[in-house]
Design a protein around this ligand. Structure first.
Ligand code: COA
Length: 206
């Protein structure tokens, strides 16, 4: 079992495209994305672009780890100082290109959801932390301990550095999964305009 970041594969710019395809496959049935993009083909395409943007942000302003160079699963971590990105940082990571691909309406909907999610950070967290977003394992490789390995490797470091970790999820099964690692729900909400639950979860260092 991998328990150290040195045993994971750190993603660089050249891996972003295939890594985004993995994350898009993992999130194809995610409730928020199904709500925003009901058509499965559109969702597949847009998610690939969305996660290229997200991974580029991760490579530039955070740390992105994969289980191996085969990219079976990925974890994208941001230090709290880069959770709220400036316009310049987003443009540099390809935000404008994503906006053009998504179109006005979808980009505005996703932006409103992102703002809602960020409001939890602003309200609940006035200390340094690491933010996990997203954690994804390619569906054919799920259930083999990859997500557990990705999480434990980062916790070895955050525990050493005495830093908490924060994440959000809209999936009850994932919420229970995260509890296994010491995350607790610090606030529950509902994604605006939907009935999708939203759990904000914090894991203190040990
Ligand atoms: C959640 C996820 C990262 C787990 O990855 P994994 O490598 O299969 O996880 P592990 O093998 O380390 O651990 C297995 C546990 O993951 C959880 N899990 C497995 N598949 C899951 C799924 N589709 N959705 C939510 N949780 C799942 C279960 O709790 C499972 O435990 P169990 O077998 O005792 O029920 C993976 O299922 C995934 O990428 N899901 C889609 C994206 C997502 O929901 N990401 C996390 C929420 S932000």
């Amino acid at each position: 079992m991998v328990t150290d970041l040195a045993n994971l594969f750190r993603i660089k710019k050249s891996h972003i495209k295939p890594a985004a395809a993995v994350v898009a496959r993992a999130f194809q049935d995610n409730a928020i994305f199904v709500h925003c993009m009901p058509d499965a083909d559109t969702r597949k395409q847009i998610l690939h672009h969305l996660f290229q943007f997200r991974l580029r942000c991760g490579v530039l302003y955070g740390e992105v780890y994969a289980i191996s160079p085969n990219l079976e699963g990925l974890a994208v971590w941001f230090p709290s100082k880069h959770v709220q990105m400036s316009l310049w940082q987003m443009l540099r990571a390809g935000g404008f290109g994503f906006y053009l691909k998504a179109g006005d309406k979808l980009a505005a909907t996703l932006h409103a959801i992102e703002e809602y999610i960020l409001s939890f950070h602003r309200r609940l967290l006035d200390f340094p932390y690491w933010h996990l977003s997203p954690l994804a394992v390619d569906p054919p490789f799920q259930g083999r301990g990859h997500a557990t390995a990705l999480l434990k490797a980062m916790f070895a470091r955050t525990d050493r550095e005495n830093l908490p970790c924060f994440l959000e999820t809209q999936n009850a099964r994932s919420m229970r999964f995260y509890k296994r690692f010491g995350f607790r729900v610090i606030e529950k909400g509902v994604i605006p305009g939907t009935e999708i639950p939203h759990w904000a979860m914090l894991r203190e260092s040990r």
